[in-house]
Design a protein around this ligand. Sequence first.
Ligand SMILES: *Cc1c(COP(=O)(O)O)cnc(C)c1O
Length: 219
Amino acid sequence: MSIAKNIAQIKSKLPEDVTLVAVSKTKPVDMIMEAYEAGHRDFGENRVQELVEKQGNLPGDIRWHAIGHLQTNKVKMMAPFVHLIHAVDSEKLLKEINKRAQENKRVIDVLLQVYIATESSKFGLDKDELINLIESGILNDFSYVRVRGLMGMATFTDDENRISSEFAFLKDCFENVKIAFKADQFNILSMGMSGDYPIALKHGANMVRIGSSIFGVRN
Ligand SMILES: *Cc1c(COP(=O)(O)O)cnc(C)c1O
């Protein structure tokens, strides 16, 4: 199967309003170009260094998504161009993104990452931290950051019921925050990867992040 065919096949299963982020981490630029030439524009990377390097070597109209856990000292490098930062999980990070966005005279769109899995290795805010962050009103202080929605990663497991309940939980958080936050632009729910995106779609995902089903397995 070619990359273009893989993308077409996945897209045929996605409702019209769902954005496909092609996760190109560890994959070379010529593979990204193959997807680009087939018309794809949204790409996701989890390492900022790699994201910045690829951005410099690829067409300027690609929308780059930073999907991985993020350290504050890495924000600066991608602030001039990043399209959406998916994994914001602290006030400290929001503050840094706000600062770097202002320096670049732009507003940066972000998602808050919510911890939904049972694995201790996964990052994100828990429900209480999420509620506290919203209710503190602090999000309105960051004029150069626009919180667009939530992101989460389910447990890596074959247990579909577990995955399903984790995505249902995230959807529930999303609906609650949407009401509390009262912001029209809060409308992105990023959940679902190669192994579990059909379940995520059932629970209302409108952005999926798919790597191996497009580019092949990673080493
Ligand atoms: C790698 C990665 C993906 C894509 O994983 P696949 O299983 O290859 O589809 C999605 N989201 C995040 C945060 C990732 O790091």
